[in-house]
Design a protein around this ligand. Structure first.
Ligand code: ARG
Ligand code: ZN
Length: 879
């Protein structure tokens, strides 16, 4: 057990830096047994700091200090204090140069923060606080310096040497070594620093900007991946064009580089001019990547590129402002993906993630505002709340202001704050100033944690022809926050008559010709809205396009949901009505015996969907998917996973049996030969086909088995091959499952990204993902504890997606996860801390489960030398 208490950092204690760094000159000597880092800082006192006479304090982590020199004079070790995590130099003048030499061991860096090695190459990850693992430095984003970086390494092992900016010098050195010097003209915080050294192939392309500048685009990958770069490169060019057209943002350096590395804690990183990606988020080919992966790559490439403005040119003052860059950039990449594909489907996917995982986070022990007020380990705050709820907050501003004003606001924001490190408040202020709108109350979205709940009631006055909506809002208590204020919520609404026609929303008796959709603004605890001139009670379509990240409660009747499923002009709400109906049906079966009737109208509505050719097929594919077990857990009070699983399974089997012929026809109709295309229609067809296949195999259909086997063997793309594999794995056909899994591994064992899919298909499956098999996978030759993707694809998929196996009533799943977390905590605390999430939700589950989950958390708490990453999550979970 950890006896010291890691320190909490508070936003309220923010102080401007006492010293600023104008320039940093780095020289890296890279060797097999370590690296020597020479850093020379040009420093001056910050005139804005009140702390005159304060010693210079530099951050450090796991560094071996070799020497310190002030203005060229080597300092005696008594002239400074090496506290390990801080280097303190007490007597420094107003302006000076400080030269520090440190020795680090990238080859032993398993945390993957700072400089480390990944399959033979050197690479870095400095956000949030990795730079301090490289050298002593004021490692905070409001210290922005110009970087000049010289890299020296063996020329044959590391022919490619990269850093931020432009290459300005290169040459050979003695002993078969060489060097390259890079200079980045844009001052930047240390978290945007990057270095790569390796034996990599270079893929080149170019882009001409709106002002006619030619940009060199380069991707660097290991030779075996050279055929998996085209899609990312194409996505990059589309993102560059889009940002010019939609936000007026032009790229600012002459080179833009992307590097793929296999060992990476997160998805990717927006280092200035040198984005580094997790291989799984950038490398793809038709044969090895699914449609979902292609879409993820497009989004992440765009996301990192967009950060060049929203993050790099304008950066964060401190890490409490993380959502300033992440929320805004996720919003930008979501707009881009919507423009490139199906906007409705993109919205459905984002809302699903938000409602399933972010709502759960917001209701759990780690709940925090979009702008947190405190943290112990910032690495724990790269959360769904910062990213996805942060996105929703920016989207609400967009919806309140309209596209044109929003663009004015973003122009003002970039112009006003270019080259600065700023706050979420500065962002909102720019939006206010450009639009003239008062966003005072709206700012509560950044300050209050918890998902607001809207309770909606209605009544119809037939005599007056008036329909009344009463909307009450509450914001639930969260750890450390009670008695919250009402928030400013944009609530998009429409009303339908019994023919399914949109009704004009007359909000005073005299109004005629009113619009058929309005965005109501909820600002108080209770509102009443009246709609005039109606002949009958309308069906309300509430929170269209998911106009705010809130829960809506309304006493839906099943007829109303069925009606909206087929009539709502808002695609999102059509889908949502189907989800609500399915949830209602599944929930009504939980705890009842298997004789209980399953709503017959559900089957008929699904039959209608399966045979509807006129609807957007991408929407149909989404509508056919039942709500996930995770979402059903999130919606319940004291979740009993086996009962939820059983009820959902009953509905699935029932639908599949009843719709067997329709599913087969759907499969055949969408199983078209021809070129593999990534259009939204082609993606929808593959999705429909594979859903149908999955359902049919679920009910043991022999004809479908033959189709699946043939598709598995002959598919010309990974979407279909994996679709067939997944269907086989989740079926009762034991022999075919084993044969397919073996053949798949045999064929793709040399491709880590595909092996990761192979792991997660098994780990997430109710059929194969039982604990003994999970342990078997951990011993597999392709499994590697040091590789985060492998850990995620086996352990993450098991604990996060395979709910019935993880929540085994004997508690073995929890004990297993605790054991894994303790093991990983010693090598990679960031990954270990992320894996705690499924256990942190223990209070959500029925007592037999929650007690054992709590015990597992306590066993982690009692581990020796717990990292502060895991400490924070475990202690907050148990509080
Ligand atoms: N800024 C990156 C992104 O969102 C995330 C990197 C965070 N990395 C980390 N190890 N905390 O694109
Ligand atoms: Zn980001």
């Amino acid at each position: 057990m950890r006896t010291d208490q890691p320190q909490t950092i508070y936003l309220s204690e923010y102080k401007v830096p006492a010293y600023l760094v104008e320039q940093i000159e780095l020289r890296f000597e890279l060797f097999e047994d370590g690296a020597r880092v020479h850093s020379t800082l040009t420093v001056r006192r910050n005139p804005e700091s009140q702390e005159t006479g304060k010693p210079l304090e530099l951050d450090g982590d796991s560094l071996k200090l070799e020497s310190v020199a002030l203005n060229g004079e080597t300092l005696e070790s008594t002239a400074y204090e090496d506290r390990g995590d801080k280097l303190v130099v007490p007597d420094v003048p107003e302006q000076f140069q400080l030269a520090v030499v440190t020795w680090i061991e990238p080859q032993n860096n398993t945390r993957l923060e700072g400089l480390y090695k990944s399959s033979g190459m050197f690479c870095t990850q400095c956000e949030a606080e990795g730079f301090r693992c490289i050298t002593y430095y004021p490692d905070r984003p409001d210290v922005m310096a110009r970087f000049r970086t010289r890299i020296e390494a063996d020329k044959s092992a590391y022919p490619v040497l990269l850093s931020n900016g432009n290459p300005v010098e290169q040459g050979d050195l003695d002993n078969g070594r060489h060097f390259v010097t890079w200079e980045d003209p844009f001052p930047k915080p240390s978290y945007l620093f990057a270095l790569v050294a390796g034996d990599l192939v270079e893929k080149r392309d170019s882009f001409t900007t709106c002002s006619g500048r030619d940009i060199d685009l380069r991707m660097y990958v290991e030779p075996r991946n050279s055929e998996k770069c085209d899609f990312a490169m194409d996505s990059l060019k589309r993102a560059m064009r889009w940002d010019e057209e939609v936000y007026g943002r032009e790229y600012d350096l002459d080179i833009f580089m992307i590097v793929a590395v296999d060992d990476f804690n997160m998805g990717a990183m927006e280092n200035k001019g040198l984005n580094i990606f997790n291989s799984s988020c950038v490398l793809a080919s038709q044969e090895t990547a699914t449609d979902a992966i292609f879409q993820r790559i497009e989004a992440i490439v765009a996301h990192e590129y967009f950060h060049n403005w929203s993050g790099n040119r304008v950066t964060c003052r401190d890490w409490f402002q993380l959502s300033l860059k992440e929320g805004f950039t996720v919003f930008r990449d979501a707009q881009f993906s919507a423009d490139e594909g199906s906007p409705t489907v993109k919205r459905i996917e984002d809302a699903t993630l938000l409602r399933t995982a972010q709502f759960a986070e917001d209701a759990g022990p780690m709940a925090h505002p979009v702008r947190p007020a405190s943290y112990i380990e910032i690495g724990n705050f790269y959360t769904l709340t910062i990213y996805e709820k942060g996105e929703e907050v920016v989207r609400m501003i967009h919806n309140l202001l309209g596209s044109e004003m929003f663009r004015k606001g973003s122009d003002l924001y970039f112009e006003r704050h270019d080259g600065q490190a700023v706050t979420t408040d500065d962002f909102v202020k720019a939006m206010e100033d450009a639009s003239g709108r008062d966003l005072t109350q709206f700012r509560l979205w950044y300050e209050q944690a918890g998902t607001p709940v809207l309770n909606v009631e209605d009544d119809f006055d037939a005599e007056q022809g008036v329909y009344r909506l009463t909307i009450r809002q509450t914001v639930p208590d969260t750890p450390g926050q009670t008695n919250k204020k009402p928030q400013h919520i944009p609530f998009a609404l429409g009303l339908l008559d019994s023919n399914g026609d949109a009704l004009p929303l007359n909000m005073d008796a005299a109004e005629t010709d009113a619009p058929t959709e309005r965005v109501l603004e909820i600002t108080g605890a209770e509102h009443r809205f009246e709609f005039y001139g109606l002949d009958e009670k309308p069906v309300p379509s509430l929170l269209r396009d998911f106009s705010a990240p809130v829960r809506v409660h309304y006493p839906w009747a099943r007829e109303q949901l069925l009606f909206l499923m087929s009539h709502d002009p808002d695609g999102f709400n059509r889908w949502d009505a189907g989800q609500r109906l399915a949830i209602d049906v599944i929930q009504s079966l939980i705890g009842h015996d298997d004789e209980t009737e399953i709503e017959p109208r559900l089957v008929e509505s699904y039959r209608g969907l399966l045979n509807n050719d006129s609807l957007d097929q991408a929407l149909v594919a989404k509508m056919l998917q039942l709500p996930s077990e995770n979402y059903l857990v999130e919606l319940s009070e004291q979740a009993d996973v086996p009962s939820i699983h059983h009820a959902r399974e009953r509905v699935l089997l029932h639908l599949a049996n009843a719709l067997r012929d329709d599913l087969l026809a759907c499969y055949q109709r969408n199983n078209q030969a021809g070129e593999y295309e990534l259009t939204s229609d082609a993606i929808a067809r593959r999705s429909l086909k594979n859903i149908a296949l999955g359902w049919l195999l679920h009910i043991g259909d022999e004809e479908a088995l033959a189709l699946a086997t043939e598709q598995f063997q002959n598919a010309d793309n990974m979407t279909d091959r994996l679709g067939a594999l997944r269907a086989l794995v989740n079926s009762g056909f034991d022999q075919e499952r084993t044969e397919a899994l073996d053949a798949f591994y045999e064929q793709f064992q040399h491709d880590p990204q595909v092996v990761e899919m192979w792991f997660s298909v098994q780990s997430a499956s109710h059929k194969t993902g039982q604990l003994p098999h999970i342990r078997h996978l951990l011993g597999h030759e392709a499994f590697d504890w040091k590789n985060p993707n492998k850990v995620r694809s086996v352990v993450g998929a098991f604990a996060g997606q395979n709910l019935p196996a993880f929540h085994n009533p004997d508690g073995s799943g929890y004990e297993f996860l605790a054991e894994v977390i303790c093991r990983l905590d010693d090598s990679n605390p960031q990954i270990a801390a992320r894996l705690v999430t499924p256990l942190s939700r223990w209070k959500k589950f029925a007592p037999t489960y929650s007690e054992q989950m709590k015990k597992a958390l306590e066993s982690i708490r009692d581990k020796e030398a717990l990292s502060k990453d895991v400490y924070e999550v475990v202690h907050k979970s148990l509080a």
